[in-house]
Design a protein around this ligand. Structure first.
Ligand code: N2P
Length: 361
């Protein structure tokens, strides 16, 4: 009798245990304001996989989580230079593209640019790409300088930026973006890792500090939309989200975005699987879902960030698919620069310089 009960128990547990182990869940750590929430709901409806979704607004936050471990995440979204560092640190799982049916939809040109950070696309696929430029309130800026922003000269000189300090300025809290922008403005190599060059770039930014209300990488969306600030150095899609939020609220705030004439930074954000991911199958299913053209198109509509999925563009209304702020035209494209990861000691220097820019010491 006892034997029979034990036997039955083994059979029952034999069914339950594997089911529990393969719990249908995926833990995502992505940038804030970077997805259509409806996509997550539909993913769960279509696959039965529950999504636990967490956000960040700086590569530094993701890097700290990845290096401290265990991450607790199945999919993360590092930008190019961070991807490069995470690959070096061996904290990402090699990505088997054969498990991603929709990888065939990846934009060859964008995929090629990704090679700079992850040769052979061995650990990541592109999620979105964009420029860092200037987002501004058209009326308030024209009122102050009589024309729209076109050049970094209108923003990166203390005398120029001062003109906007009464209506308030935010700047990204991102040394990677801001130092590269300042290097380019100084006509130095925007990807320079030379300590003298980096110090000069930091000095340019430090000279602007008194006119910057806040260094922050996500609050500028609402601050622009509400009219609390009139200018931000920020990311293209976020600027257009601010424009759309103001329109939806029926306000007369009109936000524009420009990649200035001297050139702007292009960034690629990617999707990758941490080495300690507990739900690898679900991670592949989720990444593959985001690479589906109709799903990618929904995310572009919601975020205004260009997708690395080429056929998504054709599904977009021309007001989005042909908006040069989202999909830069060839002339702008030729003026964009990309940056790569610094070595550890240069990264330490950049972190120190950035603290100096923000605090004065
Ligand atoms: C989304 C910002 C993503 C761009 N709000 C920075 N990688």
């Amino acid at each position: 009798m006892k034997k029979r009960i034990i036997f039955a128990l083994i059979i029952v547990l034999g069914f339950i245990v594997p089911c529990a182990a393969a719990e249908r869940v995926v833990n995502i750590f992505n940038w804030s304001d970077y997805i259509d929430p409806g996509v997550l709901a539909d993913f769960t409806r279509e696959t039965g996989i529950k999504v636990i979704y967490d956000t960040y607004d700086s590569n530094e936050m993701l890097e700290a989580r990845m290096l401290a471990g265990p991450t607790g995440y199945d999919v993360v979204a590092p930008s190019g230079p961070l991807l490069q560092r995470l690959v070096r640190a061996n904290v990402l799982r090699p990505l088997d593209r054969r498990r991603l049916t929709n990888a065939a939809n990846l934009w060859p040109e964008i995929d090629r640019r990704l090679q700079l950070y992850d040769p052979g696309g061995a650990h990541a696929v592109d999620y979105a790409w964009f420029t860092t430029g200037v987002a501004y309130n058209e009326a308030k800026i024209t009122e102050r300088i009589g024309k729209p922003i076109a050049s970094w000269d209108e923003v990166l000189r203390p005398d120029a930026l001062k003109k906007f300090s009464d209506c308030a300025v935010y700047m990204l809290d991102s040394p990677e973006d801001m130092l590269a922008i300042a290097l380019n403005y100084l006509k130095l190599d925007p990807n320079s890792k030379n300590s003298g060059d980096l110090r000069r770039a930091a000095d340019v930014l430090a000279g602007l500090r008194r006119y910057v209300k806040k260094f922050h990488s996500s609050e500028y969306i609402n601050a622009l939309a509400n009219g609390d600030i009139c200018l931000a150095i920020g990311w293209a899609g976020d600027a257009l989200q601010a424009r759309n939020r103001a329109r939806e609220a029926g306000s007369d705030v009109n936000i524009a975005f420009v990649a200035p004439v001297e050139g702007a930074m292009i960034s690629l954000d990617t999707l990758a699987i941490p080495i300690d991911a507990a739900h690898v199958d679900a991670a592949y299913i989720f990444i593959d879902y985001l690479l589906r053209p109709d799903v990618a198109a929904r995310n572009v509509r919601a975020t205004n960030f260009a997708s690395g999925v080429l056929p998504a563009r054709k599904l977009l209304d021309p007001s989005i698919g042909n908006d040069p702020a989202i999909y830069p035209d060839a002339a702008t494209m030729s003026r964009l620069f990309a940056v790569t990861a610094p070595d550890q000691s240069t990264q330490k220097l950049m972190t120190r310089l950035w603290t100096m820019v923000k605090t004065g010491h």
